[in-house]
Design a protein around this ligand. Sequence first.
Ligand code: PLP
Length: 363
Amino acid sequence: MKTARPIRAGIDLSALQSNYRLARARASGARAWAVLKADAYGHGLWRALRALGDEADGVAVLEAETGAALRESGFAGPILLLEGVFAERDARLAGALGLTTVIHCRPQFEMLLAACPGEKLPPLYVKLNSGMNRLGFAAADLPWLLPRLAARPAGQVTLMSHFADADGERGVAWQLERFAALAGDWRGPVSLANSAAILRHPATHRDWVRPGIMLYGASPFADQSAADLGLKPVMTLTSRIIAVQDIAAGERVGYGGTFTADRPTRVGIVACGYADGYPRHAGSGTPIAVHGRRTRTLGRVSMDMVACDLTDLPAAGLGSPVTLWGEGAGGTVPADEVAAAAGTIAYELFCALAPRVPVEVTG
Ligand SMILES: *Cc1c(COP(=O)(O)O)cnc(C)c1O
């Protein structure tokens, strides 16, 4: 629904392509799964497929139903189910459609065997727990798993693991060591790297990398901006100023009056609130751009509105364009900065974009 209410989410497909190419260039010896789970991190699965379907080495999703829908839409390339199957029905879909399937624990592998009796199994990604301690086989499971794997013909088998702190201080060396010990003399393909590992840890690149957040133009790092990494924002959340209040020093703004003006202040009211996906935890001072200039939000974010400071932006007023995040007519605000101000990460902002926000696709 193209509402007259001025909020819009712009999705730039050429930026998505550019970011995918950067991921591939940074891991040039490897092939790259375009991670499109969670509706392409809130950007829209089918839009992302339109941008990347022709050039992605493969696409990675969460649900077998999503994998099946991709296959049925005509996408013939590899499709990875990042957490494997959740029920026998998933396993039958994976077998029938050749969806590359993660197996991360014994019951899941048994489910797959039971659902594909006597048939060749789909290509498998065997997940090893190298220290994230979420999913994956431990050393003690391997004597059980390996003979059973060898006994059943399958598509190609790849070993995978996932990093807990590729963007942080602990880094990846400790997990690489554990992975090597688990993998033993494995000579087949290996897939380890998420965006952070692609960008900072070349030793992790191996055969297939799994870029997610970098495709969408946000930084996986707290200490390096997306722009510094050469990434382009894909999602831009824009709106307009729908009201202006001139308030005296000592007046407060919004629910709870959490912002108090320390000087006469010109307050702009933006048509964007937490029901649009803007984070309610973004307190006063969160960056926002109006009429080409950066300024700050004032007070609490409410369901449909947020206030901002226009005091030093005399050219801004009723109807002025606002950029909540991304690159828009209102100016540029990295989603990473808004996320940081709200105590979260851009992943969460993108995924939380509300269905009521009309989307405009470009590129
Ligand atoms: C989501 C996901 C990724 C992508 O991670 P980013 O940090 O977004 O690059 C990679 N691998 C697995 C297994 C995932 O679930």
